[in-house]
Design a protein around this ligand. Structure first.
Ligand SMILES: [Zn+2]
Length: 79
């Protein structure tokens, strides 16, 4: 673990990814995404899910199950 965000592993990045998206950060601007095509593809899938969730629940926080889905999508991708 170097702590350098541009040099983190996919595993480390993906561990933070649902939190990044959930907090409204621009995950696409993350240095790891800039340098990792695989995580870029994963992120675009997750943004599709998050966007759909926002449309389904425009006035409320998405329910926990949305983040569960996102996390299970990440886990599928990581195997
Ligand atoms: Zn990666």
């Amino acid at each position: 673990m170097t702590g350098d965000p541009g040099n983190m592993s996919c595993e480390e990045f993906q561990a933070q990814l649902s939190e990044l998206i959930g907090s409204g950060e621009d995950a696409a601007a993350h240095p790891h995404v800039q340098s990792c095509e695989r995580c870029r593809a994963l992120l675009s899938d997750l943004q599709t899910i998050a966007e759909a969730a926002r449309q389904l629940f425009p006035s409320a926080e998405p329910p926990d199950e949305v983040w569960t889905q996102i996390e299970s999508a990440i886990n599928r991708e990581g195997k």
